[in-house]
Design a protein around this ligand. Structure first.
Ligand code: URA
Length: 220
């Protein structure tokens, strides 16, 4: 079976999967582009325009994505574009954990068929699919190696549309993509991210009582 056949079979399997959430409310937006691409872009979930046209990233965020891709001297048709959750959550809300976990195995299979050299994740949901501990503020624009897969997290284009500062950050990160692909930026194995120690509010109250409000030094 060739790649195109394998992807069609996967898409049909998704259409038939009665257990998938959002099935009764929205169309399946499987993904599109060059199935022999070097770079695959993965977003969060379709929005209203994507649901209507059954194509990923065709609204305002999609226009910005196209613009950024063209800025690299490529065409949209050169890359493959998809989302983790392949049906639109109502009112464009964030995907729920159960929706992510239901759709993730299909994304895993889709990546396994396409086998891109580099995956650019758009926004935190697709970044966290690869690296659950990653944080967007810290890890955007950093080439990371997850198993054998090179992954490059960037901010979601919709976030860049809301802030000029974010737009500059996204443009700067995009400029690095050809270097990651060419190997001049070498992907690093993500460090074992140290979880942030969050204060226990109940403990704090006790400390305040007993220690006159002195701050407990962090554990790390
Ligand atoms: N935002 C996404 O994450 N995906 C789309 O397809 C459109 C907007």
């Amino acid at each position: 079976m060739d790649k195109a056949e394998a992807l069609k079979e996967l898409e049909d399997e998704m259409e038939d999967d009665a257990t998938l959430p959002l099935r009764s409310e929205a169309n399946l937006v499987f993904g599109e582009g060059n199935i022999d691409c070097d770079v695959m872009f993965i977003g969060e979930a379709p929005g209203m325009n994507e649901d209507r046209l059954k194509r990923p990233f065709v609204g305002r965020a999609g226009q910005l994505l196209d613009d950024m891709i063209r800025g690299l001297g490529w065409k949209r048709a050169d890359v493959y574009i998809t989302n983790i959750v392949k049906r639109r959550p109502p009112d464009n809300r964030d995907p729920l954990p159960g929706e992510l976990s239901a759709y993730e195995p299909y994304l895993t299979k889709q990546i396994g068929i396409i086998k891109p050299k580099l995956i650019v994740t758009l926004g935190r949901f697709s970044m966290n699919y690869f690296i659950p501990e990653a944080k967007m503020t810290r890890d955007h624009g950093r080439a990371l190696l997850v198993g054998a897969q090179a992954v490059f997290p960037v901010y979601h284009p919709a976030a860049a549309l809301r802030s000029t500062q974010m737009m500059e950050v996204l443009r700067g990160d995009f400029k690095k993509i050809p270097d990651v692909l060419a190997g001049t930026i070498v992907p690093e194995v993500p460090p074992a991210f140290v979880p942030t120690v969050t204060a226990d509010p109940y403990k704090k109250k006790e400390e305040k009582k007993g220690e006159g409000g002195a701050r407990q030094p962090g554990l790390f």
